[in-house]
Design a protein around this ligand. Structure first.
Ligand code: GLC
Length: 839
């Protein structure tokens, strides 16, 4: 049976089960008392130890329901059939999983109401149907009928269906990098990590499984739902039945969290509280990155770096794909083609470039003792096994391969330790690919579902687990092993790991990209919804293969456009497949190269803004790249109007709005609709009158607008983030309501920032009588910034003469093309600049 047919059969079984279960609902448990069959055993000891006030436990119809609140704005619902499932998680961080606040109960007949300060649940004690409401009683998520049905297999792994009501004005986002429209409503998705080479705009499933969605209605009220279940899962947002949200899984626990908003941002932050934030990225990973499957020799790869430098294209990273390996064997170097990898790394360091190396998780099955990673892994017994105890062998790039059992600490340690020779060379960036895991020559594209994994993880009972349970979390555990291994080998260097597959919470270990896209306008367009939905799903360092990985080669215009957009994506890598003609920045001649260079340069100027966003993300979970509604929930009022025209747009942080055309191929003028008034064209400094701009597409112009009330920190142009900027920090001031900005800085590479070696400075602006006041607030933190002072830049000033004063002293002003510049000395203690029209 293929996995698909298993799934179909399972769905049929569940439908049957739901029919069977409904009449079995038992009468109410008096007063919500403990049901006889709820037997909290060792597995649920942590929950059983909860104060009674912090936990509601009910039973009916052979089902147990437990409700807890890790914090007031997060409810956790677990259902068991008959017993509660194991209380354990790969995704939820221990602090969140063990946190709980008291629940206030009241009961009227069979209606039990349970409250926290922010949420309430109303449970029908006869059926265990549960409605979640906000504190004022407005429903967020309501069960349809009993709301749950379990399959019938023994052992609790028979699967389930949860059925919720689907109000007409509810819209859905998240679930990672699924293809299709921004809004998931009306769609149905399978979560099953899949090597989806050359996927299309409707392909499903793709590489990642992130069972989290953000729901928002047309009033802009949002909540989130995270189903912590690693099994093959299906989310149907009204596709099968327009009035139903159906969530089903082929096995595993019913264990879900409802996160209150009401603002969409609060939901994103709540989800980050549950599953963790990405660690602060090394600064160099925000630079431009060049990659290709097919840099077949050291000389060729060196040539690419030399050309980047001689063409003065700012860049920080070169990737090597599987070509650098000896016969595609992980943790080797192919000597004929890469005769001196340490020398190459050293030369790149001199050129202020980092190297990122691919290290796929499949380990070649070389049994004659000639390949140390297999020999040592085999001796340590850390490879996955077949049910008969033999090592599971599957084909990937190198031929027959075995796979470390990443759910075991011993296997993760072993894997992490393999990197020593590369880390010793000075390589600190690694790419974990094919970790769905991808297997060649089998219809399922992955390993058999009965392959045996071993779980040895705090919170879990030590036990064997099937691949059906571990598949979706395998890639994440691979990246965890890589990330944690790096921390052991080089404890004070921030690692960079890039992954293709992952699960909820995987953002704690790795950045990600959208896999093997194609060189087409359709894919460039699709990337916006993929990347913003990933950002809502916890993954902030996200990008796609700029120019497209598969398909025919991109036209010159397509590659130029893609680089323009990529310059505003969090992770910015030009990567292309082995059969394609060159796709580097310089192909297609000097005119295209000049446009592409200009966009890459602009990204380097924006690095202080980007890095400050990265730091904000590491604290709060707010993504760098955002759907417009995250900043302006009011656009949700018109979802049928492509979210007030913002569907093809995205925001980089709170200040920049990037507005690609809805149809890239069309030369026709189009109307850009902005979520409010007072915006400024980023390139020209012209203020937009009203809320709309008519844009005539021009190849060299990607429309970008700045939100009123923004202060953007920018720096002088560099060729690499490893160069120290020289000169002032530029502060571009765009007056408007609540005008503010800030900059965060540290050494960009080490963990010294966690020991106080960082700095932060905030800025604000306001109208004071006839003057515009720009306030530089006092700097905090011990890190010494590079700048010599500030250059305050007021775009759209016009040509009138200006006066500027700082603490009563006059400062020189300069007006250039309608923009006013004032140089201000460094102000660690802060100060106020006043600018007014000269009398
Ligand atoms: C996979 C990756 C792609 C990589 C190739 C060779 O297809 O998604 O990025 O270049 O394998 O390693």
């Amino acid at each position: 049976m293929t996995t698909l047919s298993i799934h179909r059969a399972f769905r049929r079984a569940l439908c049957l089960a739901s029919l069977l279960l409904a009449p079995l609902a038992l009468p109410a448990q008096a007063g919500g008392a403990q049901p006889a069959h709820a037997r909290p055993d060792a597995r649920t000891a942590a929950q059983a130890a909860l104060p009674a006030a912090d936990r509601v436990l009910l039973g009916a119809g052979g089902v147990t329901l437990e409700l807890t609140a890790p914090r007031a704005d997060v409810l956790r619902v677990r259902l068991g059939h008959p017993d509660l499932p194991e209380d354990a998680s790969w995704a939820v961080v221990p602090q969140a999983r063990t946190a709980h606040v008291p629940l206030v109960r009241s009961q009227q007949g069979t209606r039990l109401t349970v409250r926290t300060a922010a949420l309430q649940a109303v449970i029908d004690t006869r059926t265990l149907a549960i409605d979640i409401l906000d504190a004022s009683g407005v429903p967020l998520l309501q069960d349809a009928g009993a709301g749950h049905a379990f399959g019938s297999a023994a052992g609790g792994n028979a699967g389930f269906v949860l059925t919720k009501q689907l109000p007409e004005d509810e819209h859905f986002f998240g679930l990672g990098d699924k293809a299709g429209p921004l809004d998931r409503r009306g769609q149905s998705y399978v979560l099953w990590n899949t090597d989806a080479f050359g996927y299309g705009t409707a392909s499903d499933p793709l590489y990642k499984s992130i069972p989290f969605f953000l729901a928002a209605n047309e009033q802009g009220r949002a909540f989130g739902l995270f189903l912590d279940n690693t099994w093959r899962t299906n989310f149907d947002f009204g596709r099968r039945d327009a009035s139903r949200l159906e969530i089903s899984a082929a096995g595993g626990p019913v264990d879900y969290y409802v996160i209150a908003g009401p603002e969409p941002k609060a939901v994103v932050e709540g989800y980050a509280w549950l599953t963790g934030t990405p660690p602060l990225a090394p600064l160099w990973t925000l630079g431009f990155q060049q990659s290709h499957w097919g840099y077949k020799s050291q000389a060729q790869a060196q040539g690419v770096v030399d050309r980047l430098r001689s063409d003065r294209i700012p860049a920080d990273v070169l990737f090597l794909d599987i070509d650098y390996l000896d016969r595609y064997r992980v943790f080797t170097v192919g000597k004929p083609q890469f005769p001196d990898l340490p020398g190459f790394v050293k030369r790149l360091a001199e050129q202020k470039m980092h190297l990122v190396l691919i290290t796929d998780l499949h380990v070649p099955h070389v049994t004659d003792g000639s390949y140390a990673p297999y020999t040592s892994g085999h001796e340590a017994g850390i490879f996955l096994r077949n049910p008969d105890g033999s090592e599971y062998v599957g084909k990937v790039w190198p031929g027959d391969c075995v796979f470390p059992d990443f759910s075991r600490p011993a296997a993760r340690d072993w894997w992490g330790g393999q990197y020593r020779f590369l880390t010793d060379m000075g390589v600190h960036g690694f790419w974990n690919d094919m970790n769905e895991p991808a297997i060649f020559e089998v219809k399922s594209k992955t390993m058999p579902l009965d392959t045996v994994h071993r779980i040895e993880e705090p919170g879990f009972r030590p036990r064997n687990a099937s691949h059906a349970e571990m598949h979706n979390v395998f890639g994440m555990l691979n990246t965890r092993a890589t990330y944690e291994g790096q921390l052991k080998l080089a404890p004070d260097v921030r690692p960079f790991v890039l992954t293709r597959a992952s699960y909820a919470g995987g953002q704690r270990y790795a950045a990600t990209w959208t896999g093997d896209n194609s060189s087409s306008w359709e894919h460039l367009r699709l990337s916006v919804s993929q990347l913003v939905n990933l950002g809502l799903s916890g993954f902030a360092y996200v990008g796609d293969d700029v120019g497209g990985f598969a398909g025919s080669d991109p036209s010159a215009d397509l590659l130029t456009r893609w680089i323009e957009v990529g310059a505003f994506n969090p992770f910015f890598r030009d990567h292309y497949g082995d059969t394609k003609p060159p796709q580097e920045v310089w192909v297609d001649g000097p005119t295209h190269e000049a446009v592409r260079r200009r966009y890459i340069e602009e990204r380097y100027r924006l690095l202080p803004y980007l890095y400050s966003l990265a730091e904000e993300n590491s604290r709060t979970g707010l993504p760098l790249m955002r759907p417009v509604f995250l900043e302006f929930p009011a656009v949700l009022a018109k979802p049928n109007d492509s979210f007030s025209g913002t569907e093809s747009q995205f925001m980089l942080g709170a200040s920049l709005l990037v507005a690609p055309p809805p149809v890239w191929e069309s030369p026709e003028a189009y109307t850009i609709r902005l979520p409010g008034e007072g915006w400024t064209d980023y390139w020209t400094g012209q203020r937009v009158e009203g809320r709309q701009v008519v844009e005539k597409p021009e190849l060299e112009r990607l429309p970008v607008f700045v939100r009123p009330g923004s202060i953007l920190p920018k720096q002088p142009l560099l060729q690499s983030t490893q160069q120290l900027p020289v000169g002032p920090l530029v502060l571009e001031v765009y007056p408007g309501a609540d005008c503010h900005g800030s900059v965060y800085l540290d050494d960009g590479t080490s963990f010294a920032y966690q020991r106080g070696e960082s700095m932060r400075q905030a800025f604000s602006c306001s109208q004071q009588g006839d003057a515009l006041a720009v306030d530089v607030h006092e700097r905090t933190g011990a890190y010494q910034p590079w700048w010599s002072g500030f250059e305050i830049v007021l775009r759209g000033w016009g040509n009138g003469a200006a006066e500027a004063t700082l603490a009563g002293e006059s400062l020189a002003t300069r007006i250039e093309a309608g923009t006013l510049h004032v140089s201000v000395p460094d102000l660690p203690k802060g100060g106020q600049l006043l600018v007014r029209a000269a009398p």
